[in-house]
Unconditional design. Structure first.
Length: 74
């Protein structure tokens, strides 16, 4: 499976928004549960806060999914 790519047109998005845009969770209500059950690394550090700001240069790696590429729309 190819690593998902998410394009954003803002300075950043939250981790919860990223999970929805990458089709990893279906709704915002699932984000908290997903983060409590799944290892998510942001720039190599474990992260469980759905409000964590994610910028285009950040590296987000999710257990059983892989790394998500975040790019800015041009």
């Amino acid at each position: 499976m190819q690593n998902p790519t998410v394009e954003i047109d803002t300075e950043y998005i939250t981790l919860g928004q990223l999970l929805k845009l990458a089709d990893i969770v279906d709704s915002g209500g699932q984000v908290k549960h997903f983060l409590s059950e799944t290892t998510v690394l942001v720039n190599g550090d474990p992260e469980s806060r759905r409000g964590r700001k994610i910028y285009p240069d950040d590296r987000v790696k999710i257990e059983d999914v892989g790394e998500i590429n975040i790019i800015r729309k041009s």
